[in-house]
Design a protein around this ligand. Structure first.
Ligand code: GDP
Length: 445
């Protein structure tokens, strides 16, 4: 999802590393790069323009933060603007005061409406609702059967036209379904409507007739994110033809660029409510602009982390560690110890690592890291002599045994730590040359 944009933006930020402050040229160059990244991601031009204007304005006006370097500040701004462009707040379903709540789906054929109907029904049922699916797509020969299959998988009943009872009139089917839902105590009715391959007046009219017959509480426009800019055009056509309250984006799993997701809110003024990310019924959730932005920036929740750091650390502490990191002196076990104690002030280590950039793929390992590991590491380092901490190469077999005994650990634990420390030290040397964004380093985790 959004790989192209992620890669481009990450490289923009990389080029800002190590800068003490941002000059006007830096800001312009960065804005240019971000603009290219967005255009390449197929984001609509008016959206790109406004986005860039805001980034520039904020980058120039940003208060100089003591805890954030310029690269981090730009990341923070871009992140906040991405959240904004994606809709800001998460949009929840508005339930009717008097059930049933009627949710109508509209969109082109192949957009993923029927699949989404099943996903939505399952998701709602899991929240103790009693949804009813309605097959008001009588255009496609298989549509009703397809919805019945989906309903079975979602374990949600489907209301379909009975033979000889209004067959062929989707408006009538939808109306009856709502009546049925009232009688049978379904608190939500999800109406799947017919789509066409392209925007078409008859389809719009039919959707509008269904809308007028059942007066939905929510009309969702369902659109395939993989069609990029076309999604935006179709969105506009449905807005004019039927109108809708929110958007459901499907096939985000196949959308490497992200243009539709980033444009639709701005162009239509309607929020994205749901994201569909696969063919399985479970691949579905509310659309969270903040989480999506973090994903695009591949930063886990690094901003939360940055904010926590800002709140938690005294400026001096950060500066001391930062200047130590920037100096030619080698990173020692004493620094390691100091960092561990800084990190621990931020909270449980698992939470912390989960917020680190690029850690998305490492969930499982993260869940295995636990605070007792840090206690053990701390105990081991404290059992070393100052000379050993400065120069761990001194730590031979007999010293390892002494340290293990002193810290109540095994020789293997001591060896493991020393090995990890050497790796960390190596990484630190590399970072001093190239640099990594963000936090005081957290080596060897
Ligand atoms: P409809 O014509 O709008 O009802 O669309 P369908 O629900 O029949 O979906 C069209 C195709 O897209 C089907 O093959 C679905 O399995 C597939 N599809 C739907 N949603 C997703 C999704 O989120 N990800 C992926 N990869 N495929 C999807």
């Amino acid at each position: 999802m959004f790989e192209t944009l992620s890669d481009r933006l990450t490289s923009v930020f990389t080029s800002l590393r190590g800068k003490g402050r941002l000059s006007e040229e830096d800001i312009n160059a960065t804005a240019r790069e971000i603009r290219l990244a967005l255009l390449e991601a197929d984001v609509a031009l008016p959206v790109v323009r406004e986005f860039i204007a805001r980034i520039k304005e904020r980058a120039r006006g940003e208060e100089v933060s003591k805890a954030l370097n310029p690269a981090q500040q730009v990341i923070k701004i871009v992140n906040e603007e991405l959240v904004e462009i994606l809709g800001g707040e998460t949009r929840e379903i508005r339930f009717a005061k008097n059930p049933p709540t009627v949710i109508m789906l509209a969109g082109l054929q192949g957009a993923g409406k029927t699949t989404l109907a099943g996903k939505l029904a399952r998701w709602l049922a899991a929240e103790r609702n009693t949804p009813l699916l309605v097959a008001a797509d009588l255009q496609r020969p298989n549509a009703v059967t397809q919805l019945q299959v989906v309903g079975e998988r979602a374990k949600v009943p489907v209301f379909a036209p009975q033979p000889g009872n209004g067959v062929g009139d989707p408006v009538e089917v939808a109306r009856e379904a709502v009546e049925h839902a009232k009688r049978a105590n379904h608190n939500i009715v999800i109406v799947d409507t017919a789509g066409r391959l392209g925007v078409d007046a008859e389809m719009m009219q039919q959707a509008a007739d269904i809308r007028d017959a059942v007066r939905p509480d929510e009309i969702l426009f369902v659109v395939d994110a993989m069609i990029g800019q076309d999604a935006v055009n179709t969105a506009q056509a449905f807005l004019d033809g039927v109108g809708y309250d929110a958007v459901a984006l499907t096939k985000l799993d196949g959308d490497a660029r992200g243009g539709a997701a980033l444009s639709i809110r701005h162009i239509t003024g309607r929020p994205i409510m749901f994201a569909s990310t696969g063919e399985k019924l479970e691949d579905f959730d509310l659309f969270h602009p903040d989480r999506m932005a973090s994903r695009i920036l591949d930063m886990g929740d690094v901003l939360t982390l940055i904010e926590q750091a800002q709140r938690t650390f005294e400026e001096d502490e950060v500066n001391k560690m930062a200047s130590k990191m920037a100096s030619d002196e080698d990173f020692t076990l004493d620094d390691f110890l100091e960092q561990i104690s800084m990190v621990r002030k931020l909270g449980p280590i698992g939470n912390l690592l989960g917020m680190m950039p690029g850690m998305g793929q490492m969930r499982e390992q993260i869940n295995n890291v636990d605070d007792r590991d840090l206690d053990r590491i701390t105990a081991i380092i404290r059992s070393m002599t100052p000379a050993e901490r400065q120069n761990p190469k001194l730590i031979n077999g007999s010293r390892r045994l002494r340290i293990a005994n002193g810290s109540g650990t095994q020789v293997g634990d001591v060896s493991g730590l020393v090995t990890r420390f050497f790796e960390a030290q190596k990484m630190m040397r590399q970072m001093k040359n190239g640099g990594m964004p963000g936090m005081p380093g957290m080596p060897g985790m």
